[in-house]
Write a protein that binds this ligand. Sequence first.
Ligand SMILES: Nc1ncnc2c1ncn2[C@@H]1O[C@H](COP(=O)(O)OP(=O)(O)OP(=O)(O)O)[C@@H](O)[C@H]1O
Ligand SMILES: [Mg+2]
Length: 260
Amino acid sequence: MKIAIAGKGGVGKTLIASGLAWSFVREGLTTIAIDADPSPNLALSLGLSSAETDAILPISENEVLIQKKTGTSFPGVYNLNFSVDDIIRDFAVSTPSGVHLLVMGTVKSMGSGCTCPANSVTRALIRHLVVDRDDAVVMDMEAGIEHLGRGTAEHVDMMVVVSDANKKSLSVAATIARMAQDAGIHRVELVGNRIANPDEESLVRSFAREHQLNVLGIIPFDPAVIRAGIAGTPVMALEGTPAFQTIEKIRHIIMHKSRG
Ligand SMILES: Nc1ncnc2c1ncn2[C@@H]1O[C@H](COP(=O)(O)OP(=O)(O)OP(=O)(O)O)[C@@H](O)[C@H]1O
Ligand SMILES: [Mg+2]
């Protein structure tokens, strides 16, 4: 089960990524969550404290690791033939949810320093997790899908595009869906989140029809999610809430359909 989650900022990607990952763990699957958002915060939702979250050094910012993996004795020349399974062993963080977490960090492309080595390491790592390993993988991504390099996208079982009923969110969802399809992801489906009333639901559904996207689920606006955000409580505290029940249904559909 290899699931990528994308959508405009603030639409609920982290809620859904943490909810799906925890739900996979409860189904008995070894699950790795990849935080590929430039401002990573999946750790908190998976139950780590703020101090533990802040202490995580993202892979792409771990210069010692990047140098060890890609460095050669020639300046400007780097090695592309490196192992990544040991990175998972050494850097995946166990969380109270039972989900193992890898924080990728941003790969800054600006400035004079070549960021290619960091990019190569994160892409190779994600490729290995998606293509070679059996663990369930849930990726919390930003709007772009640049972490999915060549040979990876077509192995992703599903891209879950998240949107609320907001026009801008839906417009970003349309762009992401198109990029994901162009990149070779076979199933690209839509989740409506923070949906407060039937009018909002029909907006999302008609958008989906217009763009020929299947609606995987409609997660209601849920005050419990707001309260959890304020209190900083993890996804496990949402058990039994309408939002989490819908995420469990979505997880069920994903597993059921992928097995078929
Ligand atoms: N179904 C929901 N009901 C009520 N509030 C929600 C719901 N889903 C998300 N929220 C709230 O919306 C905000 C954004 O959610 P979340 O952090 O999951 O989004 P995100 O897409 O990961 O954001 P970012 O792009 O900043 O990483 C949070 O404050 C969260 O509590
Ligand atoms: Mg997020």
